[in-house]
Design a protein around this ligand. Structure first.
Ligand code: TXA
Ligand code: MG
Length: 336
């Protein structure tokens, strides 16, 4: 069922009832839609992996409904209290996920056996209202390795018939998954290990503490498993083009274009006769608009029946870092 945003209080009550009963519902957040289960109910959480067809048990993000609920699921080490408080005061509710030592009450299935848990407080009214009733484990509501859904329609395209309820909260405001950060203490003070770039940029985080890179891991290792390359991929092969002259079209191939602005220097718009074109930022929103529309455009290109998607690059500043991160992953998957 697709519930209407207009009467969301009733809808929230219905979603909560399904969740309390051990069922799954898809819920809107400001980043992407999440596939939600009661985080303290391991059997319900197991259903998430089944529905997503995940080959492995990746750790999931736990959504809470109040800042004070952090203590239900995580333990903030005393030495990190100050930096964590500042992150929370600045960015919660919002698209920032914190990786912290977990409370024993969180099932191992949620954290994949790690001793840390990823937690966030969404700014979307629906997710927040539901999470006030119980902590919610929710990965993005797509099947494994596919594009994250940024609308209820996209969730339906992924999961129709597999879950009892999709709450339609409109298009996602940010359109890209949350920034994931693990605060750590070093001799020189606290640092923020950036595990996944997202709507809260590196520049934003730097105002609070030094930002460091994730540890290098093998593709199947768990430290930052969301970083495995098969994530965020359209089914159609994707080529990421840096400079227009790098694109050399082949005879007889049907190309679709993912253009950043649809015009200007460095645009591929005029390069060839495209079979389908999607423009990330057709308005004046630039990078923020590009982020909001990225997954939507990729879904449309995937559905357009082209042989290859060619994507322009965007500048790697602010949320452009997260856009390029997702595009590189999509391109890397295509090469296999
Ligand atoms: O914006 C978002 O974060 C969305 C919405 C629904 O909240 N959720 C989302 O979940 O993107 P998912 O499961 O697609 O990605 C969760 C990411 C994965 O990359 C996972 O590896 C990482 O969080 N993660 C979860 N727990 C972790 C932990 N304890 N340590 C390191 N990374 C963790
Ligand atoms: Mg995901």
């Amino acid at each position: 069922m697709v519930a209407d945003f207009e009467d969301w209080r009733e809808v929230v009550a219905e979603a909560v009832a399904i969740l309390q009963d051990g069922g799954l519902v898809a819920l809107p957040t400001e980043t992407v839609y999440g596939l939600a289960a009661d985080a303290f109910n391991a059997e319900a959480v197991a259903k998430i992996f089944e529905v997503k067809e995940r080959p492995s048990f990746d750790p999931l993000i736990v959504h809470i409904g109040h800042k004070r609920d952090l203590e239900l699921v995580a333990e903030v080490p005393e030495e990190l209290e100050e930096v964590v408080d500042e992150l929370i005061a600045t960015y919660w509710p919002g698209p920032l996920t914190l990786v912290l030592p977990k409370k024993p009450s969180v099932p191992d299935l949620v954290t994949s056996g790690l001793d840390t848990v990823a937690v966030r407080l969404s700014s979307h009214e629906v997710m927040r209202a539901v999470a006030r009733e119980m902590p919610i484990a929710a990965p993005s509501a797509n099947r494994f390795g596919r594009i994250s859904p940024t609308s209820a329609d996209a969730v339906m395209a992924e999961l129709a018939g597999k879950i009892p309820m999709v709450v339609d909260g409109g298009a996602c405001r940010d359109g890209l998954e949350s920034t994931i950060v693990a605060p750590e203490m070093t001799e020189k003070g606290p640092v923020l290990r950036l595990l996944r770039p997202g709507p809260i940029s590196r520049e934003d985080l730097r105002k609070i503490a030094k930002v460091i890179k994730p540890r290098k891991t093998k593709a199947d290792h768990i430290e930052a498993p969301g970083q495995i390359e098969s994530h965020y991929a359209p089914e159609t092969p994707l080529i990421l083009v840096d400079k227009p002259e790098d694109f050399v079209p082949e005879e007889g191939v049907k190309y679709g274009l993912l253009s950043y602005r649809g015009e200007g220097n460095g645009s591929l718009m005029e390069a060839i006769e495209w079979a389908h074109v999607e423009i990330m930022s057709p308005g004046k929103g630039k990078l923020a608009e590009g982020a909001v529309r990225l997954f939507y455009c990729l879904r449309n290109l995937d559905a357009a029946g082209v042989d290859v998607i060619v994507s322009e690059s965007v500048s790697e500043t602010g949320i452009g870092v997260a856009i390029m991160d997702r595009l590189r992953r999509a391109a890397a998957t295509s090469k296999k």
